[in-house]
Design a protein around this ligand. Structure first.
Ligand code: NAD
Length: 319
């Protein structure tokens, strides 16, 4: 592989596991992690790391030069729930960081870019079930507005300047290795920790709130696969719909009860309910499946089993 990989926002929920997977695939010293803060021990000890602010173009450029970077995965962002509390900060981080990377690609300093979008690009007027790739998009959150705008710019930089940028509209990503960063789907992670610690959980979303979700391993697989696919196969240059599962807090609780029969759930919706209500319940990702053969591996029960065993191992080591 010519040139090295840079992951910006590498210490977050997805960045951590993505960095470790890419180091596995391409070699530890070929994958540079960066973030504004240090990450977990495994990440910090497995390869090169740089503290860098994604909005600081000269600093990012100096890292690209120092390591001979050719591919950038831009994972730094402010997520849905946090962004509602600091709209301008979220807008500046989510947009400036993307422009810097798109401009480096336009100027041929780097060859390929991965930038994640989200189901948050959809809004209350979008068809809720089996939401198609192309449809009404009127996002009502700061985060969603920034992701939709980002998608437009990705497509523009591809069409106008030939920038090889690839993107996925991640659903809620469920994992246990790194805690989530303030999204609306975080309940589907907290529930496992509380089920194992206290056998009870109060969900901040109502019982019948259906949302698209995916186990982390599938999200990482999709990210690796879309970046590996030949350029001509990537027909969508805004961002691909991506889907695996769709469930409500009630259905997730029932799946957990199959493993922990005395687990109890209650519901106390907060400001995140309104965000969740504006998003699709399920996603049609047939274009990703057709164009670059996307396929998910984890169903509901395998996700629950993986989460319970991963979180319980973590709780035992923490003792
Ligand atoms: P996260 O909040 O867990 O991680 C983001 C990382 O970015 C953090 O480590 C943070 O320290 C870092 N960061 C923040 N500001 C920075 C800055 N100025 N410079 C450099 N680094 C900075 O988020 P995540 O869940 O890992 O999400 C990664 C990407 O995937 C984001 O673009 C997010 O919008 C998208 N996404 C995530 C989900 C999900 O369920 N986790 C769903 C849809 C889309």
């Amino acid at each position: 592989m010519a040139g090295k990989i840079l992951i910006i926002g590498a210490c977050g929920q997805i960045g951590t596991e993505l960095t470790l997977k890419l180091r596995d695939l391409y070699g530890n010293d070929r994958v540079v992690a960066s973030d504004i803060r240090e990450g977990n021990e495994e990440l910090m000890n497995s390869g090169p790391f740089e503290i860098a602010d994604a909005t600081d173009a000269p600093v990012i450029e100096s890292i690209i030069d120092k390591y001979g970077i050719s591919k950038v995965y831009l994972m730094a962002a402010m997520l849905s729930a946090t962004a509602e509390k600091a709209p301008m900060k979220a807008w500046n981080l989510n947009m400036d960081s993307l422009f810097h990377i798109l401009n480096f690609a336009k100027d041929k300093k780097i060859e390929k870019v991965f930038w994640p979008s989200s189901i948050a690009v959809f809004g209350p007027t979008t068809p809720k079930n089996d939401t198609p790739q192309t449809t009404i998009m009127e996002p009502s959150t700061v985060y969603g507005i920034s992701k939709q705008t980002g998608e437009r710019w990705c497509e523009y930089f591809h069409d106008k300047y030939g920038v090889d940028v690839r993107s996925l509209r991640y659903p809620g990503i469920i994992s246990y290795k790194t805690l989530p960063g303030g999204g609306t789907t975080d309940y589907a992670i907290e529930i496992f920790h509380e089920a194992l610690k206290n056998k009870a959980y109060t969900s901040f979303l109502a019982e019948d709130t259906g949302l698209p979700m995916m186990y982390m391993d599938d999200a990482i697989k999709a990210t690796v696969d879309i970046m590996k696919a030949p350029s001509e196969k990537i027909k969508v240059r805004s961002s691909y719909n991506l889907s695996a599962l769709s469930f409500t807090p009630k259905v997730l609780a029932e799946a957990i009860q199959k493993e922990i029969p005395d687990f109890k759930i209650s519901y106390d919706p907060d400001f995140r309910q309104k965000i969740a209500d504006s998003w699709p319940s399920s996603i049609d990702d047939s274009e990703a499946r057709k164009d670059w053969q996307w396929k998910h591996d984890f169903d509901m029960q395998s996700l629950v089993k993986e989460m319970l065993s991963g979180v319980s191992e973590q709780l035992n080591t923490a003792k």
